[in-house]
Design a protein around this ligand. Sequence first.
Ligand code: XCC
Ligand code: SF4
Length: 637
Amino acid sequence: MSEFFKAAAECSIWKDEAGHLIDKARKEGICLAWDRLEKQTPQCNVCDMGLSCAKCVMGPCRIIPGLDRDKGVCGAGADLTVARNFGRFVAGGSAAHSDHGRDLVEVLHEVGSGEAPGYSIRDEAKLRRIAAEVGVDAEGEAPAVAKRLAERLGQDYSSFGPGLAFLSRVPKARRELWDRLEITPRGIDREPVEMLHRTHMGVDCDPVSLCLHAARVSLADGWGGSMSATEISDIIFGTPAPVKTRVNLGAIKKDMVNILVHGHSPVVSEMILLAAADPANVKAAKDKGASGINVAGLCCTGNELLMRRGVPLAGNHMMTELTIMTGAVEAIVADYQCIMPSLTDVAACFHTKFITTSEKGHFPGAERFHFTPKNARELAGKAVAIAVEAFGRRDQARVDIPCEPVDMLSGFSNEAILGAVGGTPGPLVDAIKAGSLRGAVGIVGCNNPKLQQDHHHVTMAKELIKKDILVLVTGCATGAMGKAGLLMPEAAELAGPGLKGLCLALGIPPVLHVGSCVDNSRIIHLCAVLADAVGVDIDMLPVAASAPEWYSEKAAAIGLYAVASGITTHLGLPPMILGSPTVTGLAVDGLKKAVGAAFIVEPDPFKAAAALDAHIASKRAGLGLPAGKEGSDADAA
Ligand code: XCC
Ligand code: SF4
């Protein structure tokens, strides 16, 4: 075992980093998510089961069958109440990611129209390739192609377009299945809006029908809004290629002006990066006594910059409050999603400025900007100036950055993954057929203060790579994997012999960072490419997904589009559906018959990894493939 890995393995990451700053906050009387969770505990059991309803003012109702309250005032029972709640939950998640996708469509349109100074087409080849793929004239000047592509992808949001452009990527058998089940998404906006309609009192009263529509809602996100967000971000900001960078709170620099970009969209953060590199701003920082300006990422905005620019990642979801506790953050520049409202409270305990950039995301107490593609360059300069000014008010005696950053590799877009094996899926398929690569699992999603942060992500990844199962990681799982050293090629030593050989031959880690949460669309696309190469539907592939520490509506939408696409998905915590035998039965079993995949709910990461391993083994057997070398050197060591 290399020195690098020994160090990473022996470091008690949570205790030294998060635990240290949680202690600091408690000493200083600053309230964090863990404290608020404690105050909220025990949480309402009726809500936890999905059995409370406040959708009209005949209610609110609590459906408690054992207490002779088996129906709400309108007559809705447990199954219907849970299905309505779950449908709206998924609609919320799909709407969030897909509305992010709309922003990218609009920026692409403005770039094409010459109305977005500061933005350009960084990957013209991809622009033309995607345009041709979705049937848009790909010839002529790049801006004109960009405008036409934006108009085509914009049609996917309406109900009157030619149909979702990227459905052409879905294997034929899967498309036919969706048509038979009437879950082919018809419009990115239409499906979540229809869910709100169906769940109004007195519309869709069949829990099964609501669950199927929830699947349709999620597919509109996965193969629509999220996929557009990913592809257009690549076109405008560049398609990711492997890049070395660093992760953890050590990405915050004691002697520099630190700006953390937070949220989900690369649109603003890319401009902040440019403004931070502007010599005039760097000089202003030096005049204040700093050695320069440092930009680091949080959550999925962080993932976007990590993938394309190698900008270090300071933290994932449950680290966001703690970054401010270092006392060394001058500004958090936030766009939208997963930004805890508490951040302005914690920031107020320090010199930290909290800056919002989206007209959709307002935070009382924040410095509020409204970024548009037209004014982004100018406002980014102003945001950086605010951070530089704040550095002058930093109390160096309160600065506490508890760790050195850990190296990691990022940038594994599908183009990069397929490029590494020669440009076609053939060699990957051959490795799967031979059993050196037994399968692949996407580990995705958030942290949740109910679980020991990062532990479930890391444990599952280690268990799976041991079994020659490649792990792809997105979203907040990335920070966990990175801190544990799993995103470096040296981590191949922890993999089974087959995966280790593949990693050594290609110089890649056994856990590949493939992006932010909208980039889960890269994973379903890659599955479709592999399925077509093998000549089967996606549900027959030896693949799975896992969200071990999830918290958000978006994660539920992602999990559901993975399942509806044929990818069995593990959840570390159950969604709020356990009050309905029908909905729970569908989720963990019934969907298998309908779409060939279902959810596995298992809080223990060792048991969950074993379940996914067994799933992959059964899929290999189904394809008549050899079992592969289960158990490994790593196991024996
Ligand atoms: Fe949010 Fe995407 Fe979850 Fe992280 S992983 S807590 S959704 S930032 Ni999307
Ligand atoms: Fe109660 Fe029905 Fe109204 Fe929900 S919709 S609050 S169950 S009456």
